[in-house]
Design a protein around this ligand. Structure first.
Ligand SMILES: *Cc1c(COP(=O)(O)O)cnc(C)c1O
Length: 257
């Protein structure tokens, strides 16, 4: 079997993943939840396809990307490794970035779950394309913009990462209704990024309330995608079912994105 990365990188990814899984398990237990109820999504943006293949080899099943061009190329490269690395066939690809309509045809080809649906025009476009290109419905989350729903506690100098987009909580049910009416889409839940400078616990508590309102009408929409390297514990304490972890698993990224 051809090694895709150095033994040192493989060991680093395995150790990082074990540590992140420990964090998730500890946070889940502290919240009275089962560790298995929280899915780890490895956010592999800026890292090479070889890292994704290696992660698959060591048991990672869910991977996330935030830019279509990078994700499409990586998904193709990863899929090509299947004969020596059969685990890549079981990968689930999550699209967690802001989605433009001109990227929909591409994203629908490799994504298993799109986290960032935030406008009706995108619903229409995803539905039409999924109906044409897929033999089963595409799972989607509504991205919630918590900016105006949660007070800013401390001004932060850092640029926001992946936080653009989303609907205000008040607009969620209208968008959910559009998704529910789209035959090629399946509404699975909500996603959010804690606003910059906000207390993550406060943000994720608000998100939980938003999710409860959604589930009252759509009981199957139970996914809460929340929490990143810095705030996964707060997200899990407030009901996150999926955490999106980049830095703590793969290391620092050179550019802010
Ligand atoms: C990059 C990114 C993450 C992962 O962030 P880390 O802080 O590196 O764990 C999670 N969610 C989204 C939407 C992202 O763009």
């Amino acid at each position: 079997m051809t090694p895709r990365v150095t033994a040192a990188r493989r060991a680093e990814l395995a150790a990082n993943r074990a540590a992140v899984l420990d964090r998730i398990a500890a946070a889940a237990r502290a919240a009275g939840r089962a560790p298995a109820d929280v899915t780890l999504i490895a956010v592999t943006k800026t890292f090479p396809a070889d890292d994704v293949v290696t992660l698959a080899d060591i048991g990672q099943r869910d991977v996330g990307e935030n830019r279509d061009q990078e994700a499409a190329e990586k998904a193709t490269d990863v899929a090509a490794a299947v004969s020596a690395h059969p685990a890549v066939a079981d990968l689930r690809w999550h699209f967690v970035g802001q989605l433009q309509r001109n990227k929909v045809a591409s994203v629908v080809r490799y994504a298993d779950l799109v986290h960032s649906v935030d406008r009706v025009r995108l619903v229409t476009s995803l539905d039409r394309t999924a109906a044409e290109q897929r033999d089963r419905p595409l799972d989607v989350l509504v991205q919630i913009d918590l900016t105006d729903a949660v007070p800013v506690r401390q001004p932060s100098p850092k640029a926001s990462i992946g936080a653009r987009g989303g609907v205000a909580p008040a607009d969620l049910l209208a968008l959910a209704a559009a998704i529910a009416d789209a035959p090629a889409l399946r509404l699975r839940g909500v996603m959010a990024v804690a606003p910059l400078g906000a207390d993550p616990a406060e943000a994720f508590d608000t998100l939980y309330g938003v999710s409860e309102r959604l589930r009252a009408e759509y009981p199957q929409a139970g996914v809460i995608s929340a929490g990143m390297s810095a705030d996964a514990e707060a997200a899990i304490a407030h009901g996150a079912t999926h955490v999106r972890i980049g830095t703590a698993l793969l290391g620092g990224r050179s550019a802010l994105r």
